[in-house]
Design a protein. Structure first.
Length: 221
């Protein structure tokens, strides 16, 4: 049974279908259906979670490149840790370029160290307005490498980042699982993916507009 059929089978008095107004640029028209599908699914799940008898039954996944966003009723136990903790050893840029994805780096005069972790994850920590920002990059489209759990206090907003489908996760902290690392609490995050690469930007005080601007400013490594 698919997601739409299962949601319609729930004992819920569904609200009237909201109007969606999309401004489509002709050259990007093919990328919009996934963003629209995510938007509709988020609206449906949000409505279902508001009904007590259905909250425990709703457990749905959103796949975006090499990442999975999972909407749950209760978050698992996780700790709050520094962004730079457990990222793996530092590797030279030449080694990172040989990995099977498109490496992007911050537009800085000196590129911060590149950390290589298990699961072919390259991470970069740099400063933005005096605050640390974590950029994580991993191969996309070949399986689930990065998992994020969002409860009812987190908001998921579909959007387009650098011409690719993305999600802005904000609100209450959510839980993130990197390959072979213990889960930790994460704040607001911008997540987007192409056919080859999944990107993730996280900062303790990063706003959506700042995250989008940072994403657009990234350059080839």
């Amino acid at each position: 049974m698919n997601l739409e059929s299962e949601l319609r089978a729930l004992p819920i008095e569904w609200p009237e279908t909201p109007r969606l107004e999309l401004a489509l640029e002709p050259r990007r028209r093919r990328r919009r259906p996934l963003a629209v599908a995510i938007a509709l699914a988020v609206v449906a799940i949000g409505a279902a979670l508001a009904v007590p008898q259905s909250r425990g039954a709703i457990l749905r996944l959103f796949h975006l490149g090499g990442a999975t966003v999972e909407v749950v009723d209760t978050l698992p136990r996780a700790e709050e840790r520094p962004l730079a903790e457990g990222l793996g050893p530092v590797i030279p840029p030449a080694s990172a370029r040989r990995l099977p994805f498109d490496l992007l780096v911050p537009p800085l005069d000196t590129v911060p160290p590149l950390h290589y972790g298990s699961g072919n994850v390259v991470s970069i920590v740099f400063e933005h307005h005096g605050q640390p920002v974590l950029l994580s990059e991993l191969a996309g489209g070949g399986g689930v490498y990065l998992k994020k759990l969002a409860a009812g206090g987190s908001r998921l907003e579909p959007l387009v980042v650098r011409g690719a489908d993305g999600i802005w996760i904000s609100g209450e902290p959510h839980v993130v699982y990197f390959p072979h690392r213990s889960p930790r609490l994460a704040g607001d995050v911008l997540l987007w993916g192409t056919a080859r690469t999944t990107y993730r930007l996280e900062g303790p005080k990063l706003t959506k507009d700042e995250a989008l601007a940072l994403a657009e400013s990234l350059r080839r490594g």
